[in-house]
Design a protein around this ligand. Structure first.
Ligand SMILES: NC(=O)c1ccc[n+]([C@@H]2O[C@H](COP(=O)([O-])OP(=O)(O)OC[C@H]3O[C@@H](n4cnc5c(N)ncnc54)[C@H](OP(=O)(O)O)[C@@H]3O)[C@@H](O)[C@H]2O)c1
Length: 302
């Protein structure tokens, strides 16, 4: 099969190649898809660069990519509820998704409202956002502040929090405020003065805060929430430890993926594709992701 790989850690242009590689196969409890699209997440370029070698060591040569969508073409032992030919999206390991065939360990059926490219943008975003929102408790009737609301995780979190009954305030640069409104958030800018802007939008205060960017604002977010137990971060492990804030890691959770698909079917959540790149241009996609300015998701087509 064709796949993107890196044979050593380094910059996208220097180490990413597209080549023929052995096909993976579905083990017990797993399925394999003929992928139509895969998403590019920050972990892909961080892991490819070598920055995460101590946490997630690559078995070189390695295929980047955490999540994908496509058509099921192999079903592992013990798997029920899915058939060859079904369209699904989901998560595999830390690596392996930027390839024609991808093994998934958690998946959900693609709702009829999404293209496979949109579905490819949903897996890690939904698993991360949903897990973080779960940690914030029942959001019905609550006001939630999402820092970094326009990115892949943040935008999924806006839609999921709104669908769970919350009023959502989201931060992004001004050019993305119409986008935030379109997905159900009241927008504001991040940076100095955030507490005052949030107080003006939510005079009785916010009940919960999700840091979906890890820009260093966590102390301010704790002050805005009034307590570290009302705050979670998916992106600032270091400050989370210092401030007693919970750091949430994405889990390959089919329940969360199914929730994302249900919101998709109801029209409450549509993954926004910032840009698609063909597999041959994966280095461009990684370089784009590294800028950290994505609105929604970056997707590779296969
Ligand atoms: N814990 C986990 O398991 C897990 C899983 C997935 C992701 N993550 C981490 O979560 C973070 C977000 O991931 P992602 O996929 O959502 O990334 P992403 O899509 O690349 O995020 C880009 C967004 O970040 C916004 N942004 C940049 N600087 C900001 C700031 N100072 N304040 C507020 N927003 C800012 C940008 O908005 P503007 O252009 O308007 O600035 C852009 O919309 C990354 O650090 C990633 O590694 C963790």
């Amino acid at each position: 099969m064709r796949a993107a790989r890196f044979h050593k850690y380094g910059p996208a242009d220097e180490v990413l190649v597209v080549e023929d590689t052995p096909e993976p196969h579905a083990g017990p409890g797993e399925i394999r898809i003929r992928a139509a699209a895969a998403s590019v997440n920050p972990i892909d370029w961080k892991a490819r660069s070598g920055a995460l070698a101590g946490y997630f060591p690559a078995e070189l040569p390695e295929i980047p990519g955490r999540d994908a969508a496509g058509v099921v073409d192999e079903i592992g032992e013990g798997v029920t509820g899915v058939a060859v030919g079904d369209k699904v999206f989901g998560l595999g390991g830390i690596f392996g998704a930027s390839a024609e065939h991808v093994v998934l360990t958690a998946w959900a059926h693609v709702p009829g409202t999404w293209t496979l490219e949109q579905a490819a943008g949903a897996g890690l975003a939904v698993a991360t956002a949903g897990g973080a929102l779960n940690a914030l408790g029942d959001l019905t009737g609550k006001t939630v502040l999402i820092e970094g609301a326009a990115g892949g995780v943040g935008s999924a979190a806006v839609s999921m929090a709104a669908a769970r009954g919350a009023t959502v305030i989201g931060t992004a640069s001004e050019g993305k405020h119409d986008y935030l409104r379109s997905i159900g958030a009241v927008p504001t800018t991040y940076g100095p003065g955030l507490a005052d802007r949030v107080a003006a939008l939510a005079p009785t205060g916010v009940d919960a805060v999700l840091d979906a960017v890890g820009s260093g604002s966590l102390p301010d977010l704790v002050a805005i929430a009034g307590s570290p137990d009302r705050v979670v971060t998916v992106a600032d492990h270091l400050r989370a430890g210092e401030l007693n804030v919970r750091h949430i890691g994405a889990e390959n959770d089919p329940v969360l993926l199914a929730e994302g698909a249900t919101h998709g079917a109801n029209g409450a959540y549509t993954p926004h594709i910032a840009e698609t790149f063909p597999l041959d241009k994966i280095a461009d996609a990684h370089r784009y992701a590294e800028q950290g300015r994505t609105q929604g998701k970056i997707v590779i087509t296969l």
